[in-house]
Design a protein around this ligand. Structure first.
Ligand SMILES: Cc1cc2nc3c(=O)[nH]c(=O)nc-3n(C[C@H](O)[C@H](O)[C@H](O)COP(=O)(O)O)c2cc1C
Length: 300
């Protein structure tokens, strides 16, 4: 499987997850078999004003994670172009967010708002494609709401604008993260475009991922929320949850710039969801140092 010039080792993709996709988390997903890693969305205005050194530190992409798709969110062509120039040296693929439903971004015409302004979407994507030799992609939803399902038209526009791939989250913006994922539209999109299509939405196991690929005919499958709790969702093997958590902390201590016990505790809490224990795991949030979090996990 390839996206543009980028070879992918398998068909499983880690979704962009704002507030979750720190370097250690991305690396743990990679170690567990994710074939393509997305960064969380990065504000184009914010990143375009940074020096190359600052961008490098901010992205903090490690070689073992590659290939990595750096996702940008923005609505102004010139700012997106500057952002592409800023992240290009560090990215394998550059993605445009066309699905975010955060009100602040929608008000600025970013994310899913672009589903309602197709000429702007096309102009922005073309400009991004023209700025870089690296493959550019877009992550879209199936439409704004049930009365405006335009996923197929948007996908064709994305392809015509020169994108090398497309990710489809099978919900409308109006649905947010609730309600059913629409596999039919995903399948229709795959049938209508030639670029690789990544199917996304509600996959909670490796086998469900394989099944979504079969049902939709899509080329790749992306997993988000289940990976937050189970970075090992990218394979079928049984894992020792405590060992996975300790590995996360090891990666965090070795590679993360922030060294924040609060951030570590959040991840530990999320990953403890499926561990059978009588302990109230919320207590991990009260622990104030990383070594003490390690001791807490070891005692479980
Ligand atoms: C906490 C959280 C943060 C997210 N951040 C992003 C983001 O930065 N960029 C993006 O395109 N989608 C983002 N999403 C959407 C996911 O990438 C994904 O499309 C969605 O969760 C559906 O997939 P899932 O059912 O596998 O979680 C986010 C979702 C959640 C729950």
């Amino acid at each position: 499987m390839r996206i543009g010039t980028v070879d992918l080792p398998n068909r499983f993709v880690l979704a962009p997850l704002a507030g979750i996709s720190c370097t250690a988390f991305r690396m743990l997903c990679k170690e567990n078999g994710a074939g393509l890693i997305y960064t969380q969305m990065i504000d184009a205005g914010l990143i375009s004003s940074k020096t190359a050194e600052e961008v490098n530190k901010f992205l903090n992409i490690q070689d073992m994670e590659r290939p990595v798709s750096v996702q940008l969110i923005g609505s102004e062509k010139n700012i997106l172009v500057k952002a592409v120039e800023a992240v290009e040296p560090f990215a394998d693929i550059i993605d445009l967010n066309v699905g975010c439903i955060e009100i602040d971004y929608l008000q600025k015409g970013c994310g899913a708002a672009l589903l309602k302004d197709l000429s702007k979407l096309e102009t922005n994507l073309r400009a991004m494609v023209d700025t870089t030799e690296k493959p550019v992609s877009a992550k879209i939803r199936i439409g704004w709401d049930n009365q405006h399902i335009n996923g197929v038209a948007v996908a064709q526009l994305v392809e015509n604008a020169g994108a090398s791939a497309l990710c489809i989250h099978g919900r409308t913006a109006d649905q947010g993260y609730a309600g059913k994922v629409n596999w039919t539209i995903m399948k229709q999109i795959k049938e209508k475009v030639k670029i690789p299509v990544i199917a996304n939405g509600d996959v909670t196991s490796y086998n469900e991922g394989v099944s979504l690929l079969q049902k939709t005919g899509c080329d790749l499958v992306m997993i988000g929320r289940q990976a937050q709790h189970c970075p090992w969702v990218f394979h079928e093997k049984q894992v020792d949850i405590k060992q996975q958590i300790l590995r996360f902390i090891q990666l965090y201590e070795q590679y993360e710039v922030r060294q924040s016990p609060v951030e570590v505790a959040d991840h530990v809490f999320w990953m403890l969801r499926d561990l059978k224990t009588s302990e109230d795991t919320k207590k991990v949030h009260l622990i104030q140092t990383i070594p003490r979090i390690i001791r807490y996990v070891n005692r479980l």
